[in-house]
Ligand binder design. Structure first.
Ligand code: CDP
Ligand code: MG
Length: 136
């Protein structure tokens, strides 16, 4: 009952471009997440490469980093009990085709690469990713 966590969420360029940021934020709020901090920014490709370094050996790495840096994004610190897992649940599967009803990716995702949101996958990565965007 008392395991409040923070996690990092990013509304990706495909969703910001379609002006879905407010609707997506409302989905988080209606599920009980508090948006502790947020900023709308565009990052350099070199920063995207650092952010997604865990994927550097994957065939999709270059396209992924080009994509994340291709337009404005909204980075948010979300807070809730068990926020890391709760956010992964609300996001849905990586491929919107496989995402469950009621998830953000089911509702808004276009394709596996344009899947509208990022969310930290562990508490440790949440700390690292929050630091990445909100260290100042
Ligand atoms: O974002 P998530 O944690 O669900 O997936 P991931 O496996 O950590 O992959 C990071 C991102 O890479 C995904 O959200 C996709 O946008 C992209 N990706 C891709 O373009 N093609 C794949 N086959 C797998 C992932
Ligand atoms: Mg991931």
């Amino acid at each position: 009952m008392n395991n409040v966590e923070q996690t990092l969420s990013i509304i990706k360029p495909d969703a910001v471009e379609r002006n879905l940021d407010n609707e997506i934020k409302q989905m988080f709020i209606s599920k009980g997440f508090k948006i502790v901090q947020e900023k709308k920014i565009q990052i350099e490709k070199s920063e995207a490469e650092k952010f997604y370094k865990v994927h550097e050996t994957k065939p999709f790495y270059n396209d992924l980093c080009s994509y994340l840096s291709s337009g404005p994004i909204v980075a948010m610190i979300l807070e809730k009990e068990n926020a890391v897992l709760a956010n992964r649940d609300l996001m849905g599967a990586t491929n919107p085709k496989d995402a469950a009803e009621g998830t953000i990716r089911k509702k808004y995702g276009i394709s596996i690469d344009k899947n509208s949101v990022h969310g930290s996958d562990s508490l440790e990565n949440a700390r690292i990713e929050i630091e990445f965007f909100f260290k100042d």
